[in-house]
Design a protein around this ligand. Structure first.
Ligand SMILES: Cc1ncc(COP(=O)(O)O)c(C=O)c1O
Length: 385
């Protein structure tokens, strides 16, 4: 019944985790879910209020424009200049997104022909691979290893793969490893992509979720990046707006146009009222973002302290709300996740769910209040491993 492309999809590990979690809840276990990367904090009130006003205005009720409201694109460009130091033409170098996931899925359709290789960092967001497969491309994962600070080794790619490579997806601050990248790495990516005629796509979904004064740079601020690249931004994690489905892509004019060509044929843009609320998020004070980061920071510290006390090797991340830690000796990522769920009622995501290169690790998402995280730590301390 299903197409070959659907039949070729890898099994969805996250559905199996959900099932196991529901079984535990049905048994009456008080489950602490640190699995999903979805902020538990509500969308900030001024954004909700902006939506309320916008939705009452019937001018927002018709089909939106494909590329996004001009005022949304202008607000996005201004935000990028103010917080990321990059100058963009809102008319040609910015496009609205129904969340950054749709861009990741659609970008290969715009640029990849059957047989073209798509490079992507692994462990990583699963859609880099799935979007590639849907476009008939060949996914080529670049493993992220602790000894390389979870940056890919671009020099390790065989020449025959490089010859066929068309696109490169990368993501810093990184989900799931929480690693960050500096300008020197981004400059290396520009050089690599220019030399090999590859389109660079930087997924910047976590760029504002930062701690200890760290500021995450834009890939497009690297010299020459605008010639070959685009960058994806999302309201989801920055403003606790995962359910709203809003983001924007910025970068090279021809690349933005290519993505727009796919989008105008498969979707009809973002509800205008949501874009107007999105402008409120971008254009008002960013104190709400800093406040949320302080909440995550307290949770991060509580979890790190607990994991260290158990003898697990883990460094406090500078960004993202993920803790990525090696599983204890003798476990696979799945067997450790199973132990946590069955013996401690804790949901965490096995690293292998982010690709084979994630084996040996587990990811905790800091998406529960600090008292629940402390409770999770107490439960874990009682485990034997
Ligand atoms: C690395 C990464 N990219 C993109 C996304 C998609 O986010 P959204 O579609 O909500 O913008 C996520 C969501 O978890 C993510 O972790």
């Amino acid at each position: 019944m299903y197409s070959d492309r659907i039949n070729a999809l890898p099994p969805y590990l996250f559905a199996a985790i959900d099932e196991a979690k529901d079984e535990m809840i049905a048994k009456g276990v008080d489950v602490i879910d640190l699995g999903v990367g979805d902020p538990d904090l509500p969308t900030h009130p001024h954004i909700v209020e902006a939506l309320r006003e916008a939705v009452l205005d019937s001018n927002t009720h018709q089909y939106p424009s494909y590329a996004g409201l001009p005022q949304f694109r202008k607000a996005a460009a201004e935000w990028c200049e103010k917080y990321k130091g990059i100058k963009l033409d809102p008319a040609t170098e910015v496009i609205s997104l129904i969340g950054s996931k749709e861009a990741v899925a659609h970008i290969p359709l715009a640029f990849v022909n059957p047989g073209d290789v798509v490079l992507y960092t692994e462990p990583g967001y699963p859609v880099y691979k799935i979007g590639t497969l849907f476009a008939g491309g060949e996914p080529y994962p670049l493993p992220l290893k602790a000894e390389n600070n979870f940056l890919p080794d671009l020099d390790s790619i065989p020449a025959d793969v490089l010859k066929k490579a068309k696109l490169f997806f990368f993501n810093y601050p990184n989900n799931p490893t929480s690693a960050t990248a500096d300008m020197a790495f981004f400059e290396k990516v520009v050089e690599f992509c220019k030399k090999n005629d590859i389109i660079a796509v930087h997924d910047n979904a976590y760029c504002q979720m930062t701690y200890d004064g760290y500021e995450s740079p834009s890939f497009l601020a690297a010299k020459g990046a605008m010639d070959i690249g685009m960058e994806l931004y999302s309201h989801s994690k920055t403003y606790n707006m995962t359910g709203w489905r809003l983001g924007f892509a910025v970068g090279n004019k021809a690349l933005i146009k290519g993505l727009g060509k796919v989008k105008s044929n498969v979707d009809s843009g973002v509800f205008d009222a949501i874009q107007i609320a999105g402008i409120a998020a971008l254009s008002s004070s960013q104190t709400c973002v800093n406040d949320a980061n302080l909440v995550y920071e307290e949770r991060r510290n509580a979890l790190i302290e607990g994991l260290k006390a158990m003898g697990l090797e883990v460094k406090p991340p500078k960004a993202t709300f993920y803790i990525w830690t090696p599983v204890p000796k003798g476990f696979t990522s799945i067997s450790f996740a199973k132990l946590l769920l069955e013996e401690a009622g804790i949901v965490a995501t096995p690293g292998v769910g982010f690709g084979d290169a994630g084996e040996g690790y587990i990811r905790f998402a800091l998406t529960k209040p600090v008292d629940r995280i402390k409770e999770a730590v107490e439960r874990m301390k009682k485990l034997q491993f």
